[in-house]
Design a binder for this molecule. Structure first.
Ligand code: SF4
Ligand code: SF4
Length: 97
């Protein structure tokens, strides 16, 4: 996958393997779109839910967040190319971005 000068993210999606659900905090939940919160709730209580699953909102094909515009603050704070990003990539056998 390619990156740009504006956004060095390579869309490997590895940082989105950390959480099985979008990591909203309690304050954010009240601002998130209802239909997406219902989807999360259904999934969290469904048979397919596992702690080890990739995030529900991760598009496995593109490596991108399906709901990028409303992603949690924690995800917004995760800067592509930061130490944690590269540590995760290196553990998966990928080079730094
Ligand atoms: S950026 Fe999107 S897919 Fe990745 S962990 Fe956050 S909510 Fe999930
Ligand atoms: S681990 Fe880094 S390069 Fe990969 S998707 Fe996350 S932010 Fe982008």
């Amino acid at each position: 996958m390619s990156s740009s000068l504006d956004n060095p993210c390579h869309n490997c999606g590895i940082c989105c393997l950390t959480f099985p659900l979008p990591p909203f905090d309690a304050n954010e939940l009240v601002r998130a779109p209802n239909e997406l919160m219902e989807q999360i709730d259904d999934y969290a209580h469904g048979a397919r839910y596992r702690d080890t699953n990739p995030c529900l909102w991760l598009d496995l094909g593109s490596g991108k967040c399906k709901h990028h515009q409303v992603r949690p603050v924690l995800c917004r704070w995760f800067v592509p190319g930061c130490a944690a990003c590269n540590e995760l990539r290196n553990k998966a056998g990928l080079p730094n971005v």
